[in-house]
Write a protein that binds this ligand. Structure first.
Ligand code: HEC
Length: 141
């Protein structure tokens, strides 16, 4: 096989893998008896470290930003991620600007965004009530 054929084969073999990785990897939350796994708990903490300032305690929304418990009922993971990375801005009829900042360069957010998604999707699915969740106790081995 020459170089071009080898390269073509590599691309052929690799491309479906990439496609699956971006589509299939929607982060999942775990809630058992009202208690959450470590990742979802981390999402709760991270959300209330930054996002709650605009999106409200328990993601219930505020006068300046929408209730993400509602948004996440219909918004898919890719759109969620894109919104947080790019930010968003709209101007309402009165000319007031609503601005969602971009968090693309904020590692405290990007590193934990999957966990924030886990927490918010659990809230949106009514799997988790408002307030600080308890962690699922470590299983004794
Ligand atoms: C400075 C205030 C502010 C902060 C902090 C903030 N947001 Fe936002 N966010 C907004 C505003 C305002 C909007 C609505 C923007 C619009 O009208 O287009 C919004 C919109 C969104 C949306 C789209 C909601 C929808 O229904 O379309 C998502 C998702 C979102 N924010 C997630 C987050 C996450 C996750 C964080 C924390 C990492 C965060 N936001 C932090 C102000 C903020």
């Amino acid at each position: 096989m020459n170089k071009v054929q080898t390269l073509a084969l590599c691309l052929f073999v690799l491309s479906p893998t990439f496609a699956n990785a971006s589509e299939g990897d929607v982060p999942q939350y775990v809630v058992e008896d009202g208690k959450v796994d470590k990742a979802t708990y981390n999402g709760y903490r991270r959300f209330h470290g930054t996002c709650h300032a605009c999106h409200g305690q328990d993601a219930l929304g505020s006068s300046i930003a929408p209730a993400l418990v509602e948004s996440l009922k219909t918004m898919d993971y890719e759109t969620f991620k894109k919104t947080v990375y790019e930010g968003r801005q709209t101007t309402d009829a009165s000319g007031a600007v609503n601005a969602m900042p971009s968090f693309a360069i904020d590692k405290n957010i990007t590193k934990h965004l999957d966990d924030i998604y886990r927490y918010l999707s659990a809230r949106a699915a009514d799997a988790l009530p408002p307030g600080r969740p308890e962690k699922i106790p470590k299983k004794k081995s």
